[in-house]
Design a protein around this ligand. Structure first.
Ligand code: ADP
Length: 461
């Protein structure tokens, strides 16, 4: 336990796009000075325009700019930044970066490197979670990686099974295997993919749950040993294992199940001496059993739905915890009000297999009043404005549309009105696809599981 107090008055945000703008908004409200960093492709980007100060990192390629540890630290030193917020992606789960910041005496707004390492590898994370009494999907996550042994383990688990790269993430290096005959070819393919993406071809095997929901718990820990959960999000609507629409709270949760999952998530975090915002992802089976999948040791893209139902600002919590303060609220003081959805707006073409789209945004606007909506009901977290150029260098997510309503039906109606009111011109987006999802009768009627999009392809594409 540490009682270190890390006061800082200048915050560098080592990210771009909507999350950089979102972090700066809270930092500014808290009276902090904000420093942006940018690549050549982003010299005129919104996050640069909105910061008090901005430092160039390097050329457009992420590995020469946003992923460059030395350049980011140099920028922090040059601007007198006492702390760095990493956002999500880029350096947010990079233990070497955290160690380098520690050595430079700069506060990392996130967990200690040891906690990142403990969850960075899916196999060792599962071993730790087993020890902490967190339920796991039945499977194999051992060190022995002999082909025949893996097949024998898969046979023992029973098909279908899911092969996953231990070092995996972002939906890569995963494959469902239907039978013992198909195992070897799937293993070879998965290993190749994993080696190419992560430089590591160790695999783990899980029982493949046929119709699970993806339910994840937001946790928060401070440096004084306190930990709470800010309830759950349902992220079952996924395309190729990537989230598209998220909501909070998860529909159909009983108070008992909510408490059980929340407490298991806090146990998971405390097992690895976690500090800051984290998300523990579970698969929830139709019978109410839940299984640990992984823990993301950062603020997630979908954190706003949690903010909407709890009334808390998670970035403020992160900054306070990073300053050495205790958590703003204890478990008893946290409550859920209403329902929230988030839709991810991507510059991509659903008509062309979701190919990323580029161009100049001739118009990017949301006329709330015109749609009869209020700022209490709708929040647009965006990294762009009218006139901005969308390049091909980075993740194609442009913005997140987040809504709140008194209950799920009200929030869903608001989501549809807000999606219709969004005026985007000049760049192709997935808006029409999001509208088809949000108006889909199956979605409204809670036919939720991770294969929702796959099952409804005929009516969604
Ligand atoms: P990544 O780290 O690449 O995002 P995850 O382990 O979080 O991978 O899994 C991503 C998604 O894959 C989950 O949200 C779920 O939809 C699906 N999935 C993962 N494991 C299983 C499983 N054992 N059975 C069924 N679906 C699974």
């Amino acid at each position: 336990m540490t009682t270190k107090v890390n006061k800082f008055d200048t915050l560098l945000i080592a990210n771009r796009g909507e999350i950089a703008c979102r972090v700066m908004r809270t930092a500014r409200r808290m009276g902090l000075k904000t420093v942006a960093v940018y690549s050549d492709a982003d010299a005129n980007a919104r996050h640069v325009r909105e910061a008090d100060e901005a430092v160039r990192l390097g050329p457009a390629a992420a590995r020469e700019s946003y992923l460059k540890v030395d350049a980011v630290i140099e920028a922090a030193k040059r601007t007198g930044s006492g702390a760095i917020h990493p956002g999500y992606g880029f350096l947010s789960e990079n233990g070497a970066f955290v160690n380098a910041l520690d050595a430079a005496g700069i506060t990392f707004v996130g967990p200690p490197a040891s906690a990142i390492a403990a969850m960075g590898d899916k196999s060792s994370a599962k071993a730790r979670m087993h020890n902490a009494g967190v339920p796991l999907v039945p499977g194999y996550h051992g060190d022995d990686q002999d082909d025949d042994l893996l097949r024998a383990e898969a046979d023992k688990i029973g098909y279908p099974v899911m092969l996953k790269a231990s070092a995996g993430g972002g939906g890569k290096g995963m494959r469902v295997v239907e039978s013992t005959e198909a195992f070897q070819a799937a293993l070879d393919g998965c290993r190749r993919e994993s080696k190419a993406a992560f430089g590591d071809d160790r695999m783990l095997i899980e029982k493949y749950l046929v119709q699970p929901r993806h339910v994840e718990v937001q946790v928060f820990c401070d440096s004084h040993g306190n930990g709470v959960y800010l309830f759950e999000r349902d992220c079952s609507v996924q395309r190729r294992h990537q989230k598209v629409l998220e909501e909070a709270p998860a529909p159909g949760m009983t108070p008992e199940l909510r408490r059980e999952m929340g407490e298991a998530a806090v146990r998971a975090a405390q097992e690895i001496h976690y500090v800051g915002a984290g998300t523990v992802e579970f698969l929830l089976d139709a019978d109410g059993s839940f299984y640990f999948m992984e823990m993301n040791t950062r603020l997630q893209v979908e954190h706003p739905v949690t903010e909407m139902i709890t009334g808390q600002d998670l970035v403020e919590w992160q900054l306070r915890v990073a300053m050495g303060e205790p958590l703003p609220l204890n478990q008893e003081a946290l409550t859920i009000t209403g329902h929230s959805f988030e839709a991810r707006l991507y510059a991509e073409d659903p008509e062309q297999d979701f190919l990323p789209a580029t161009g100049t945004l001739e118009r990017f606007a949301l006329d709330l009043a015109g749609a009869g909506l209020t700022p209490d009901q709708v929040r647009l977290d965006s990294g762009v404005e009218s006139g901005d150029v969308v390049s091909m260098h980075y993740d194609p997510m442009l913005a997140k549309l987040i809504v709140h309503g008194v209950d799920r039906d009200a929030a869903l109606a608001t989501l549809n009105r807000a999606l219709a009111a969004l005026d985007v011109q000049g760049v192709v987006t997935n808006r029409a696809f999001l509208q088809r999802l949000a108006t889909h009768p199956g979605f409204k009627n809670l036919e939720l599981d991770t294969r929702f999009i796959e099952r409804n392809e005929a009516t969604l594409f």
